[in-house]
Design a protein around this ligand. Sequence first.
Ligand code: ADA
Length: 559
Amino acid sequence: MIRTFKTHKIRFQQELSGKLWEFSPLSKDHKGEKYQVPVPSCWETYPDFVSYRGEGMYRTSFKAGGNVRLEFKGVSHTATVYLDGKEIASHYNAYSIFSAIVKNISEGEHLLEVRADNQFSEASSLHVPNDYMSYGGVSRPVALETVSDVYIRWVHFTPIEDNGWKGRIEVCLANISTEEHVVSISSVLDNVNCNFPETTVSANSLVTITEIFAFPDAKAWMPETPNLYLLNTVLSENNEPLDDMIERVGFRVIEIKGKKIFINRKQLRIKGFCRHEDHPNFGCSLPYEAIAYDLQLVQNLGGNSIRTSHYPNDEIFLDLCDEMGILVWEENHARGLTEEQMRNPNFQKQCEDVIAEMIPAHYNHPSIYIWGILNECASETEYGRECYAKQYAQIKELDTSRPRSSASCKFKTDLCFGYPEVVSYNIYPRWYHDTPVADYLSDLYNWVQEKTEGAGKPFLITEIGAAALYGYRTPAHDKWSEEYQAQALKEQITAVLKQPGCSGIYIWQFCDIRVSKEWFGSRPRTMNNKGIVDEYRRRKLSYDTVKRLFSSVSDYVEE
Ligand code: ADA
Protein backbone atom coordinates (compact mmCIF):
# COMPACT_ATOMS: atom_id res chain seq x y z
CA MET A 1 0.00 0.00 0.00
CA ILE A 2 1.35 3.42 -1.02
CA ARG A 3 -1.62 5.55 0.15
CA THR A 4 -5.12 4.65 1.36
CA PHE A 5 -6.54 6.04 -1.89
CA LYS A 6 -5.46 6.01 -5.54
CA THR A 7 -3.45 9.12 -6.45
CA HIS A 8 -3.41 8.56 -10.23
CA LYS A 9 -5.72 7.21 -12.94
CA ILE A 10 -3.93 8.56 -16.01
CA ARG A 11 -0.31 8.44 -14.84
CA PHE A 12 1.06 4.91 -14.75
CA GLN A 13 1.89 4.00 -11.16
CA GLN A 14 2.99 0.63 -9.80
CA GLU A 15 3.91 -0.17 -6.22
CA LEU A 16 7.38 -1.77 -6.10
CA SER A 17 7.04 -2.44 -2.37
CA GLY A 18 4.45 -4.83 -1.01
CA LYS A 19 6.54 -7.82 -2.15
CA LEU A 20 9.86 -9.60 -1.49
CA TRP A 21 13.14 -7.94 -2.52
CA GLU A 22 16.65 -9.37 -2.30
CA PHE A 23 18.63 -8.09 0.70
CA SER A 24 22.43 -8.35 0.99
CA PRO A 25 24.10 -7.08 4.16
CA LEU A 26 27.25 -5.15 3.21
CA SER A 27 29.38 -6.29 6.09
CA LYS A 28 32.39 -8.59 6.37
CA ASP A 29 30.49 -10.61 9.01
CA HIS A 30 27.77 -11.44 6.50
CA LYS A 31 29.88 -11.77 3.35
CA GLY A 32 27.96 -13.11 0.37
CA GLU A 33 24.70 -13.57 2.28
CA LYS A 34 21.49 -12.91 0.41
CA TYR A 35 17.95 -13.02 1.78
CA GLN A 36 14.44 -12.57 0.38
CA VAL A 37 12.80 -9.93 2.56
CA PRO A 38 9.53 -7.97 2.50
CA VAL A 39 9.70 -4.28 1.55
CA PRO A 40 8.93 -2.02 3.29
CA SER A 41 10.74 -3.43 6.32
CA CYS A 42 13.57 -2.84 8.79
CA TRP A 43 16.48 -5.23 8.83
CA GLU A 44 16.32 -5.33 12.64
CA THR A 45 13.22 -7.51 12.15
CA TYR A 46 15.16 -10.10 10.10
CA PRO A 47 16.15 -13.11 12.27
CA ASP A 48 19.92 -12.49 12.36
CA PHE A 49 19.99 -8.68 12.12
CA VAL A 50 18.24 -7.53 15.29
CA SER A 51 21.12 -5.17 16.18
CA TYR A 52 22.79 -4.76 12.80
CA ARG A 53 24.19 -1.27 12.35
CA GLY A 54 25.74 -0.90 8.93
CA GLU A 55 24.76 -0.96 5.27
CA GLY A 56 22.52 -3.24 3.27
CA MET A 57 21.71 -3.47 -0.45
CA TYR A 58 18.11 -4.07 -1.53
CA ARG A 59 17.41 -5.28 -5.09
CA THR A 60 14.33 -5.65 -7.26
CA SER A 61 13.49 -5.37 -10.93
CA PHE A 62 10.65 -3.82 -12.92
CA LYS A 63 9.44 -3.47 -16.49
CA ALA A 64 8.99 0.06 -17.86
CA GLY A 65 10.23 2.56 -20.41
CA GLY A 66 10.19 6.30 -21.10
CA ASN A 67 10.43 8.90 -18.32
CA VAL A 68 10.59 6.76 -15.17
CA ARG A 69 9.92 8.40 -11.80
CA LEU A 70 10.79 6.48 -8.65
CA GLU A 71 9.39 7.75 -5.34
CA PHE A 72 10.76 6.54 -1.99
CA LYS A 73 8.52 7.29 0.99
CA GLY A 74 11.39 6.55 3.39
CA VAL A 75 14.76 4.77 3.45
CA SER A 76 16.40 4.51 6.87
CA HIS A 77 18.36 6.38 7.25
CA THR A 78 20.68 7.27 4.40
CA ALA A 79 20.00 6.01 0.88
CA THR A 80 21.86 5.63 -2.38
CA VAL A 81 19.77 4.50 -5.35
CA TYR A 82 21.05 2.80 -8.50
CA LEU A 83 19.17 2.02 -11.72
CA ASP A 84 20.82 -0.63 -13.91
CA GLY A 85 24.01 -0.12 -11.90
CA LYS A 86 24.12 3.68 -12.29
CA GLU A 87 23.60 5.97 -9.28
CA ILE A 88 20.45 8.07 -9.77
CA ALA A 89 19.77 9.46 -6.27
CA SER A 90 21.07 9.79 -2.73
CA HIS A 91 19.14 11.00 0.29
CA TYR A 92 19.77 11.70 3.97
CA ASN A 93 16.91 11.10 6.42
CA ALA A 94 14.62 8.16 6.98
CA TYR A 95 11.46 10.16 7.46
CA SER A 96 11.02 12.33 4.39
CA ILE A 97 10.07 11.49 0.83
CA PHE A 98 12.50 11.71 -2.07
CA SER A 99 12.20 10.84 -5.76
CA ALA A 100 14.29 10.48 -8.90
CA ILE A 101 13.40 10.80 -12.59
CA VAL A 102 15.36 9.02 -15.32
CA LYS A 103 14.36 10.21 -18.77
CA ASN A 104 13.80 8.06 -21.88
CA ILE A 105 14.90 4.68 -20.54
CA SER A 106 14.47 1.74 -22.90
CA GLU A 107 11.29 -0.33 -22.68
CA GLY A 108 12.07 -3.55 -20.78
CA GLU A 109 13.32 -4.98 -17.50
CA HIS A 110 15.44 -2.77 -15.25
CA LEU A 111 17.39 -3.43 -12.04
CA LEU A 112 16.67 -1.16 -9.05
CA GLU A 113 19.13 -1.23 -6.14
CA VAL A 114 18.83 0.74 -2.90
CA ARG A 115 21.74 0.90 -0.48
CA ALA A 116 20.52 1.75 3.02
CA ASP A 117 22.87 2.82 5.82
CA ASN A 118 21.86 3.24 9.48
CA GLN A 119 25.34 3.99 10.83
CA PHE A 120 26.01 7.05 12.95
CA SER A 121 28.75 9.37 11.74
CA GLU A 122 30.03 12.94 11.97
CA ALA A 123 28.20 13.59 8.67
CA SER A 124 24.88 12.74 10.32
CA SER A 125 23.63 15.58 12.53
CA LEU A 126 20.06 14.38 13.09
CA HIS A 127 20.39 10.60 13.23
CA VAL A 128 22.47 10.30 16.38
CA PRO A 129 22.42 7.74 19.22
CA ASN A 130 19.14 8.67 20.88
CA ASP A 131 16.17 7.82 23.03
CA TYR A 132 14.56 6.04 20.08
CA MET A 133 15.81 3.51 17.53
CA SER A 134 17.38 4.50 14.23
CA TYR A 135 16.40 1.48 12.18
CA GLY A 136 17.87 0.33 8.87
CA GLY A 137 16.11 -0.61 5.66
CA VAL A 138 13.77 0.42 2.89
CA SER A 139 11.38 1.28 5.66
CA ARG A 140 8.49 2.90 3.77
CA PRO A 141 6.76 2.18 0.42
CA VAL A 142 8.37 2.59 -3.04
CA ALA A 143 6.41 3.67 -6.13
CA LEU A 144 7.32 3.42 -9.83
CA GLU A 145 5.69 5.89 -12.22
CA THR A 146 6.12 6.96 -15.82
CA VAL A 147 5.54 10.66 -16.52
CA SER A 148 5.09 12.77 -19.67
CA ASP A 149 7.67 15.42 -20.55
CA VAL A 150 5.43 17.97 -18.81
CA TYR A 151 3.74 16.62 -15.68
CA ILE A 152 2.11 17.66 -12.42
CA ARG A 153 4.73 17.90 -9.67
CA TRP A 154 2.32 18.70 -6.82
CA VAL A 155 -1.14 20.09 -6.09
CA HIS A 156 -1.78 22.03 -2.87
CA PHE A 157 -5.21 22.90 -1.52
CA THR A 158 -5.80 25.58 1.14
CA PRO A 159 -9.35 25.75 2.56
CA ILE A 160 -10.83 29.24 2.97
CA GLU A 161 -13.92 30.06 5.03
CA ASP A 162 -15.41 33.17 3.44
CA ASN A 163 -19.22 33.26 3.47
CA GLY A 164 -19.13 29.56 2.76
CA TRP A 165 -16.31 27.26 1.75
CA LYS A 166 -13.74 28.28 -0.85
CA GLY A 167 -10.35 26.83 -1.63
CA ARG A 168 -7.06 27.95 -3.12
CA ILE A 169 -5.69 25.38 -5.55
CA GLU A 170 -2.01 25.64 -6.47
CA VAL A 171 -0.65 23.37 -9.20
CA CYS A 172 3.10 23.03 -9.77
CA LEU A 173 4.00 21.86 -13.28
CA ALA A 174 7.38 20.50 -14.39
CA ASN A 175 8.72 20.41 -17.94
CA ILE A 176 11.68 18.03 -18.23
CA SER A 177 12.03 18.41 -21.99
CA THR A 178 13.96 20.88 -24.13
CA GLU A 179 10.80 22.17 -25.79
CA GLU A 180 8.19 24.59 -24.49
CA HIS A 181 4.75 23.08 -23.79
CA VAL A 182 1.36 24.81 -23.67
CA VAL A 183 -0.97 22.85 -21.42
CA SER A 184 -4.43 23.12 -19.89
CA ILE A 185 -5.12 22.21 -16.27
CA SER A 186 -8.53 21.32 -14.90
CA SER A 187 -9.52 20.14 -11.44
CA VAL A 188 -12.71 18.68 -10.05
CA LEU A 189 -13.64 18.77 -6.36
CA ASP A 190 -17.09 17.91 -5.00
CA ASN A 191 -18.50 18.09 -8.56
CA VAL A 192 -17.18 21.65 -8.97
CA ASN A 193 -15.18 22.08 -12.18
CA CYS A 194 -12.12 24.25 -11.55
CA ASN A 195 -10.51 25.35 -14.81
CA PHE A 196 -7.21 27.20 -15.05
CA PRO A 197 -6.12 29.44 -17.92
CA GLU A 198 -3.92 27.81 -20.57
CA THR A 199 -0.36 27.64 -19.25
CA THR A 200 2.99 27.77 -21.03
CA VAL A 201 5.79 25.82 -19.37
CA SER A 202 9.23 26.67 -20.73
CA ALA A 203 11.82 23.98 -21.41
CA ASN A 204 13.44 22.45 -18.31
CA SER A 205 11.46 24.60 -15.89
CA LEU A 206 8.81 24.63 -13.18
CA VAL A 207 5.77 26.85 -13.04
CA THR A 208 3.05 27.14 -10.37
CA ILE A 209 -0.46 28.32 -11.15
CA THR A 210 -2.97 29.38 -8.49
CA GLU A 211 -6.71 30.03 -8.47
CA ILE A 212 -9.42 30.30 -5.82
CA PHE A 213 -12.72 28.50 -6.34
CA ALA A 214 -15.98 28.29 -4.35
CA PHE A 215 -17.34 24.98 -3.04
CA PRO A 216 -20.76 25.95 -1.71
CA ASP A 217 -21.88 22.42 -0.84
CA ALA A 218 -18.70 21.28 0.92
CA LYS A 219 -19.02 19.88 4.45
CA ALA A 220 -16.42 20.75 7.06
CA TRP A 221 -13.67 18.40 8.23
CA MET A 222 -13.88 18.08 12.01
CA PRO A 223 -12.60 15.37 14.36
CA GLU A 224 -16.13 14.10 14.86
CA THR A 225 -17.07 14.45 11.17
CA PRO A 226 -13.86 13.98 9.12
CA ASN A 227 -15.41 14.75 5.73
CA LEU A 228 -12.86 14.27 2.93
CA TYR A 229 -12.96 15.15 -0.76
CA LEU A 230 -10.89 13.95 -3.69
CA LEU A 231 -9.30 16.77 -5.67
CA ASN A 232 -8.66 15.37 -9.12
CA THR A 233 -6.39 17.46 -11.34
CA VAL A 234 -5.73 16.61 -15.02
CA LEU A 235 -3.08 18.06 -17.33
CA SER A 236 -3.89 18.02 -21.05
CA GLU A 237 -2.03 19.13 -24.17
CA ASN A 238 -3.86 19.60 -27.47
CA ASN A 239 -6.95 18.17 -25.70
CA GLU A 240 -5.08 14.96 -24.87
CA PRO A 241 -4.93 14.12 -21.13
CA LEU A 242 -1.25 13.47 -20.37
CA ASP A 243 -1.06 13.35 -16.56
CA ASP A 244 -3.12 13.58 -13.40
CA MET A 245 -2.77 13.94 -9.64
CA ILE A 246 -5.49 12.95 -7.18
CA GLU A 247 -5.18 14.56 -3.75
CA ARG A 248 -7.57 14.24 -0.79
CA VAL A 249 -8.51 17.33 1.20
CA GLY A 250 -10.70 18.53 4.06
CA PHE A 251 -12.41 21.85 4.70
CA ARG A 252 -11.07 23.12 7.99
CA VAL A 253 -9.37 26.31 9.09
CA ILE A 254 -7.03 26.55 12.10
CA GLU A 255 -6.98 29.91 13.87
CA ILE A 256 -5.17 31.32 16.89
CA LYS A 257 -7.01 33.93 18.92
CA GLY A 258 -5.24 35.05 22.09
CA LYS A 259 -4.36 31.93 24.05
CA LYS A 260 -6.82 29.74 22.19
CA ILE A 261 -6.52 27.35 19.22
CA PHE A 262 -9.62 27.08 17.03
CA ILE A 263 -10.67 24.61 14.35
CA ASN A 264 -13.54 25.97 12.26
CA ARG A 265 -14.21 28.49 15.06
CA LYS A 266 -14.49 25.86 17.79
CA GLN A 267 -11.89 26.10 20.57
CA LEU A 268 -9.77 22.98 20.77
CA ARG A 269 -8.80 21.04 23.85
CA ILE A 270 -5.91 18.77 22.86
CA LYS A 271 -5.91 15.32 24.51
CA GLY A 272 -3.02 13.62 22.84
CA PHE A 273 -0.19 11.16 22.84
CA CYS A 274 3.37 11.36 21.59
CA ARG A 275 3.92 8.33 19.36
CA HIS A 276 7.06 6.88 17.82
CA GLU A 277 6.79 4.66 14.74
CA ASP A 278 8.02 1.58 16.57
CA HIS A 279 6.94 -2.03 16.98
CA PRO A 280 8.88 -5.19 17.93
CA ASN A 281 7.54 -7.06 14.87
CA PHE A 282 7.94 -4.23 12.32
CA GLY A 283 10.59 -1.82 13.62
CA CYS A 284 9.56 1.58 12.21
CA SER A 285 7.78 0.00 9.20
CA LEU A 286 4.34 -0.50 10.71
CA PRO A 287 1.85 -1.80 8.15
CA TYR A 288 -1.57 -0.27 7.61
CA GLU A 289 -3.33 -2.63 10.02
CA ALA A 290 -0.86 -2.00 12.86
CA ILE A 291 -1.10 1.78 12.42
CA ALA A 292 -4.89 1.55 12.36
CA TYR A 293 -4.84 -0.52 15.55
CA ASP A 294 -2.76 2.16 17.33
CA LEU A 295 -5.17 4.86 16.20
CA GLN A 296 -8.15 2.84 17.40
CA LEU A 297 -6.50 2.61 20.83
CA VAL A 298 -5.90 6.38 20.84
CA GLN A 299 -9.60 6.98 20.20
CA ASN A 300 -10.59 4.29 22.70
CA LEU A 301 -8.52 6.21 25.25
CA GLY A 302 -10.53 9.37 24.53
CA GLY A 303 -7.58 10.92 22.71
CA ASN A 304 -8.01 13.32 19.79
CA SER A 305 -4.41 14.00 18.70
CA ILE A 306 -1.01 12.46 18.07
CA ARG A 307 2.36 14.19 18.08
CA THR A 308 4.71 12.55 15.59
CA SER A 309 7.67 12.49 17.95
CA HIS A 310 10.23 13.24 16.64
CA TYR A 311 10.06 13.17 12.84
CA PRO A 312 7.63 13.31 9.90
CA ASN A 313 5.47 10.20 9.79
CA ASP A 314 4.49 7.77 7.04
CA GLU A 315 1.72 9.03 4.73
CA ILE A 316 -0.42 5.98 5.51
CA PHE A 317 -0.50 7.16 9.16
CA LEU A 318 -1.55 10.65 8.02
CA ASP A 319 -4.17 9.26 5.62
CA LEU A 320 -5.69 7.26 8.50
CA CYS A 321 -5.66 10.31 10.79
CA ASP A 322 -7.49 12.26 8.04
CA GLU A 323 -10.09 9.47 7.79
CA MET A 324 -10.49 8.94 11.56
CA GLY A 325 -10.50 12.62 12.54
CA ILE A 326 -7.33 12.50 14.64
CA LEU A 327 -5.46 15.82 14.84
CA VAL A 328 -1.73 15.69 14.19
CA TRP A 329 1.21 17.76 15.45
CA GLU A 330 3.84 16.87 12.86
CA GLU A 331 7.45 17.84 13.45
CA ASN A 332 10.77 17.80 11.64
CA HIS A 333 13.44 15.34 12.70
CA ALA A 334 15.40 16.28 15.82
CA ARG A 335 15.51 15.20 19.44
CA GLY A 336 17.45 16.74 22.28
CA LEU A 337 20.37 18.09 20.28
CA THR A 338 22.87 20.19 22.23
CA GLU A 339 24.36 23.43 20.93
CA GLU A 340 27.50 21.46 20.04
CA GLN A 341 25.42 18.97 18.03
CA MET A 342 23.52 21.82 16.39
CA ARG A 343 26.88 23.28 15.33
CA ASN A 344 27.54 20.18 13.20
CA PRO A 345 28.30 21.67 9.75
CA ASN A 346 25.49 19.56 8.23
CA PHE A 347 22.85 20.41 10.84
CA GLN A 348 21.18 23.45 9.29
CA LYS A 349 21.03 21.98 5.77
CA GLN A 350 19.79 18.62 7.02
CA CYS A 351 17.02 20.34 9.01
CA GLU A 352 16.16 22.59 6.07
CA ASP A 353 15.87 19.55 3.79
CA VAL A 354 13.48 17.74 6.13
CA ILE A 355 11.21 20.79 6.35
CA ALA A 356 11.41 21.34 2.58
CA GLU A 357 10.34 17.72 2.00
CA MET A 358 7.85 17.35 4.87
CA ILE A 359 5.60 20.36 4.25
CA PRO A 360 5.01 20.14 0.47
CA ALA A 361 4.41 16.38 0.72
CA HIS A 362 2.03 16.58 3.73
CA TYR A 363 0.43 19.98 3.03
CA ASN A 364 -3.01 18.67 2.08
CA HIS A 365 -3.66 16.54 5.18
CA PRO A 366 -6.48 18.23 7.14
CA SER A 367 -5.47 16.24 10.23
CA ILE A 368 -2.20 18.20 10.55
CA TYR A 369 -3.09 21.32 12.53
CA ILE A 370 0.40 22.47 13.60
CA TRP A 371 4.04 22.13 12.48
CA GLY A 372 6.71 21.49 15.13
CA ILE A 373 10.50 21.77 15.04
CA LEU A 374 13.60 20.81 17.04
CA ASN A 375 12.24 18.88 20.03
CA GLU A 376 14.23 19.90 23.16
CA CYS A 377 17.15 21.31 21.20
CA ALA A 378 19.34 24.21 22.38
CA SER A 379 16.68 26.92 22.46
CA GLU A 380 18.33 28.44 25.55
CA THR A 381 21.40 29.53 23.57
CA GLU A 382 21.95 32.45 21.19
CA TYR A 383 23.14 30.15 18.39
CA GLY A 384 20.16 27.88 18.97
CA ARG A 385 17.85 30.87 18.75
CA GLU A 386 19.26 31.71 15.31
CA CYS A 387 18.58 28.15 14.13
CA TYR A 388 15.04 28.16 15.50
CA ALA A 389 14.36 31.53 13.87
CA LYS A 390 15.53 30.25 10.46
CA GLN A 391 13.42 27.12 10.64
CA TYR A 392 10.29 28.94 11.78
CA ALA A 393 10.77 31.37 8.88
CA GLN A 394 11.18 28.49 6.43
CA ILE A 395 7.91 26.91 7.61
CA LYS A 396 6.11 30.24 7.22
CA GLU A 397 7.33 30.49 3.60
CA LEU A 398 5.97 27.04 2.85
CA ASP A 399 2.68 27.22 4.78
CA THR A 400 0.89 30.23 6.27
CA SER A 401 -2.24 28.20 7.06
CA ARG A 402 -0.97 26.40 10.16
CA PRO A 403 0.54 27.58 13.48
CA ARG A 404 4.10 26.64 14.47
CA SER A 405 5.64 25.51 17.74
CA SER A 406 8.50 23.61 19.32
CA ALA A 407 8.51 21.38 22.40
CA SER A 408 10.94 22.93 24.87
CA CYS A 409 12.48 21.47 28.02
CA LYS A 410 14.44 24.61 28.84
CA PHE A 411 12.50 25.36 32.04
CA LYS A 412 13.00 29.16 32.63
CA THR A 413 15.76 29.75 30.10
CA ASP A 414 14.13 29.37 26.69
CA LEU A 415 14.92 32.29 24.32
CA CYS A 416 12.69 31.30 21.41
CA PHE A 417 9.06 31.96 22.32
CA GLY A 418 8.89 35.12 20.22
CA TYR A 419 8.79 33.18 16.92
CA PRO A 420 6.10 30.48 17.18
CA GLU A 421 2.34 30.98 17.42
CA VAL A 422 2.11 28.33 20.18
CA VAL A 423 4.35 27.85 23.24
CA SER A 424 4.96 24.20 24.17
CA TYR A 425 6.77 22.49 27.03
CA ASN A 426 7.86 18.99 27.95
CA ILE A 427 7.76 18.56 31.75
CA TYR A 428 8.18 15.53 34.04
CA PRO A 429 7.11 16.39 37.57
CA ARG A 430 6.53 13.15 39.48
CA TRP A 431 9.12 11.35 37.35
CA TYR A 432 12.43 13.16 36.93
CA HIS A 433 11.70 15.29 39.98
CA ASP A 434 9.08 14.88 42.66
CA THR A 435 7.62 18.37 42.54
CA PRO A 436 3.83 18.56 42.83
CA VAL A 437 2.59 18.90 39.26
CA ALA A 438 0.16 21.82 39.68
CA ASP A 439 2.79 23.98 41.45
CA TYR A 440 5.49 23.21 38.88
CA LEU A 441 3.15 23.82 35.94
CA SER A 442 1.65 27.10 37.20
CA ASP A 443 5.12 28.41 38.13
CA LEU A 444 6.35 27.65 34.58
CA TYR A 445 3.20 29.02 32.92
CA ASN A 446 3.39 32.26 34.94
CA TRP A 447 7.09 32.68 34.04
CA VAL A 448 6.19 32.41 30.34
CA GLN A 449 3.44 35.02 30.74
CA GLU A 450 5.55 37.42 32.81
CA LYS A 451 9.07 37.06 31.39
CA THR A 452 8.91 35.90 27.77
CA GLU A 453 7.61 36.78 24.32
CA GLY A 454 5.40 33.74 24.66
CA ALA A 455 3.02 35.77 26.84
CA GLY A 456 -0.55 35.71 25.61
CA LYS A 457 0.05 32.82 23.19
CA PRO A 458 -1.59 29.39 23.36
CA PHE A 459 0.30 27.06 25.71
CA LEU A 460 0.56 23.27 25.29
CA ILE A 461 2.15 20.59 27.43
CA THR A 462 3.72 18.45 24.71
CA GLU A 463 5.19 15.80 27.00
CA ILE A 464 4.36 14.62 30.48
CA GLY A 465 4.36 11.08 31.90
CA ALA A 466 6.14 8.40 33.87
CA ALA A 467 7.60 4.97 33.17
CA ALA A 468 6.21 1.57 34.13
CA LEU A 469 7.55 -1.87 33.34
CA TYR A 470 4.64 -3.90 31.97
CA GLY A 471 3.70 -6.54 34.54
CA TYR A 472 5.59 -4.93 37.43
CA ARG A 473 2.86 -4.58 40.04
CA THR A 474 3.54 -3.85 43.73
CA PRO A 475 1.36 -2.66 46.66
CA ALA A 476 4.33 -0.40 47.44
CA HIS A 477 3.45 1.58 44.30
CA ASP A 478 7.18 2.18 43.74
CA LYS A 479 8.57 3.96 40.68
CA TRP A 480 8.65 1.70 37.58
CA SER A 481 5.47 -0.05 38.79
CA GLU A 482 2.27 0.16 36.84
CA GLU A 483 0.57 1.53 39.96
CA TYR A 484 3.04 4.40 40.22
CA GLN A 485 2.63 5.33 36.56
CA ALA A 486 -1.17 5.39 36.92
CA GLN A 487 -0.96 7.60 40.01
CA ALA A 488 1.53 9.99 38.40
CA LEU A 489 -0.51 10.31 35.22
CA LYS A 490 -3.67 10.95 37.21
CA GLU A 491 -2.01 13.90 38.96
CA GLN A 492 -0.32 15.09 35.77
CA ILE A 493 -3.40 14.99 33.50
CA THR A 494 -5.66 16.52 36.15
CA ALA A 495 -3.25 19.42 36.74
CA VAL A 496 -2.71 20.13 33.03
CA LEU A 497 -6.39 20.04 32.14
CA LYS A 498 -7.08 22.42 35.04
CA GLN A 499 -4.26 24.87 34.22
CA PRO A 500 -5.88 28.16 33.05
CA GLY A 501 -4.58 29.22 29.62
CA CYS A 502 -3.38 25.73 28.72
CA SER A 503 -4.82 24.33 25.45
CA GLY A 504 -4.06 20.71 26.14
CA ILE A 505 -1.70 17.86 26.75
CA TYR A 506 0.36 15.20 24.96
CA ILE A 507 1.20 12.24 27.17
CA TRP A 508 4.68 10.81 26.80
CA GLN A 509 4.09 8.29 25.43
CA PHE A 510 1.64 6.05 23.57
CA CYS A 511 3.68 2.81 23.65
CA ASP A 512 7.01 1.52 24.93
CA ILE A 513 9.72 1.82 22.28
CA ARG A 514 13.16 0.48 21.54
CA VAL A 515 16.04 2.95 21.99
CA SER A 516 19.51 3.01 20.42
CA LYS A 517 21.76 0.95 22.69
CA GLU A 518 24.55 3.44 21.92
CA TRP A 519 22.51 6.14 23.73
CA PHE A 520 23.76 7.18 27.19
CA GLY A 521 20.36 6.74 28.78
CA SER A 522 20.81 3.04 29.61
CA ARG A 523 17.04 2.54 29.80
CA PRO A 524 15.76 -0.72 31.36
CA ARG A 525 15.35 -3.31 28.55
CA THR A 526 17.03 -0.72 26.23
CA MET A 527 13.48 0.57 25.90
CA ASN A 528 11.75 3.79 26.76
CA ASN A 529 9.10 2.40 29.10
CA LYS A 530 6.74 5.39 29.43
CA GLY A 531 4.06 3.87 27.22
CA ILE A 532 0.44 3.61 28.30
CA VAL A 533 0.70 0.27 26.52
CA ASP A 534 3.87 -1.78 26.17
CA GLU A 535 5.58 -2.42 22.84
CA TYR A 536 3.10 -5.20 22.02
CA ARG A 537 0.26 -2.77 22.81
CA ARG A 538 -0.61 -4.66 26.02
CA ARG A 539 -2.42 -2.28 28.35
CA LYS A 540 -0.80 -1.09 31.58
CA LEU A 541 -2.86 -0.05 34.63
CA SER A 542 -2.57 3.58 33.49
CA TYR A 543 -4.60 2.82 30.36
CA ASP A 544 -7.89 2.96 32.26
CA THR A 545 -6.74 6.01 34.24
CA VAL A 546 -5.99 7.94 31.05
CA LYS A 547 -9.18 6.72 29.39
CA ARG A 548 -11.31 7.89 32.33
CA LEU A 549 -9.65 11.33 32.48
CA PHE A 550 -9.53 11.99 28.73
CA SER A 551 -13.11 10.81 28.27
CA SER A 552 -14.31 13.10 31.07
CA VAL A 553 -13.62 16.26 29.01
CA SER A 554 -14.69 17.09 25.46
CA ASP A 555 -12.53 17.87 22.42
CA TYR A 556 -13.72 21.47 22.61
CA VAL A 557 -13.70 24.15 25.27
CA GLU A 558 -17.16 25.52 25.87
CA GLU A 559 -17.07 29.31 25.69
C1 ADA B 1 12.21 14.01 26.41
C2 ADA B 1 12.19 13.65 24.93
C3 ADA B 1 11.51 12.35 24.64
C4 ADA B 1 11.86 11.28 25.68
C5 ADA B 1 11.46 11.79 27.07
C6 ADA B 1 11.81 10.79 28.17
O1 ADA B 1 11.13 14.84 26.74
O2 ADA B 1 11.57 14.66 24.15
O3 ADA B 1 11.94 11.91 23.36
O4 ADA B 1 13.25 11.05 25.65
O5 ADA B 1 12.21 12.97 27.33
O6 ADA B 1 11.31 9.66 28.10
O7 ADA B 1 12.55 11.19 29.06
